[in-house]
Design a protein around this ligand. Structure first.
Ligand code: COA
Length: 249
């Protein structure tokens, strides 16, 4: 871990914490950070020692204040802009499709691409100081990393359009009310809360967690098939047997 690392990684007890580390730009997501997030998450997916990943931002001020607006100016033509968005979409879709849980620990601004990153995670916990919003329209653009669809699915069409069509920020209490985040906690207690949640998930068998995530959006057929596969597994047999034996004692 060095000062220049754009994404710092710390791992213990099956929990990997990835910290977007560019505080001087409020952790704005530039190409390098996106590439590092991608490679670290793909590595975590392959590493049996990682059970749960937490994504957060360095410093007390921002989770990520958006995609890097400076990089937009380097996009020479429509084609370059489209490819830029496709690239971000692919990375965030990869995050959303990981078999292991990913929790966003939102410690400050989650704006634009930063909010899209949080939306690609499975669960969102926020500091009471966090601020949320989609300011893209105020820049004459739109959320291009999959956030339009993800926000609408999570909080509904009109609530997400309200955020996107006005560009107005909302506070953590309002984000909780809308269902944009799952928990809001005192700023200083955020990581403690998130790590406790992650630890609880890390205790569960990875195959069960992966199957539950896989079922989402795939309907009852997939649910039955994956239930069938899990219920006869050694892991499930031994856990169910342990439960029954404890009851008998
Ligand atoms: N892209 C690039 N740089 C960004 C950035 C972004 N999305 N968000 C913040 N920064 C940079 C600022 O340019 C500034 O850099 P500088 O010190 O070299 O001037 C630094 O981060 C600190 O930001 P600053 O605006 O001075 O902080 P603030 O506390 O006054 O305001 C915000 C905080 C979040 C309200 C403000 O930074 C902001 O509106 N950022 C852009 C949010 C946005 O539109 N995101 C969507 C992009 S898709």
């Amino acid at each position: 871990m060095t000062r220049e690392d754009a994404v710092q990684a710390e791992q213990s007890n099956g929990i990997l914490v990835l910290t977007v580390s560019r505080p001087q730009a409020l952790n704005a997501l530039n190409r390098r950070i996106l590439a590092e997030l991608r490679s670290r998450l793909l590595q975590a997916e392959r590493d049996d020692a990682v059970r749960v990943t937490v994504i957060t931002g360095e410093g007390g001020k921002a989770f990520a204040a958006g995609a890097d607006i400076g990089e937009f100016m380097d996009l020479a033509d429509e084609q370059a802009g489209r490819e830029y968005a496709r690239h971000g979409q692919e990375i965030f879709a990869m995050i959303a499709s990981l078999t292991k849980p990913v929790i966003a620990a939102i410690n400050g601004y989650a704006l634009g691409g930063g909010l899209e990153l949080a939306l690609a995670c499975d669960i969102r916990c926020a500091s009471e100081r966090a601020t949320f919003g989609f300011p893209e329209a105020t820049l004459g653009i739109l959320p291009g990393f999959g956030g339009i669809e993800r926000a609408a699915r999570l909080i509904g069409r009109s609530a997400s359009l309200q955020l996107m069509l006005t560009g107005m920020p909302i506070d953590a209490a309002e984000a909780l009310r809308l269902g944009l985040v799952d928990r809001v906690v005192a700023h200083d207690g955020l990581m403690r809360e998130v790590l406790a949640l992650a630890a609880r998930m890390a205790e569960q068998p990875p195959a069960a967690l992966a199957a539950i995530k896989e079922c989402l959006g795939r309907g009852m057929e997939a649910e039955a098939a994956l239930f069938g596969r899990l219920v006869v597994s050694d892991e499930a047999r031994s856990r169910c047997r342990a439960f029954l034996e404890k009851r008998r004692r």
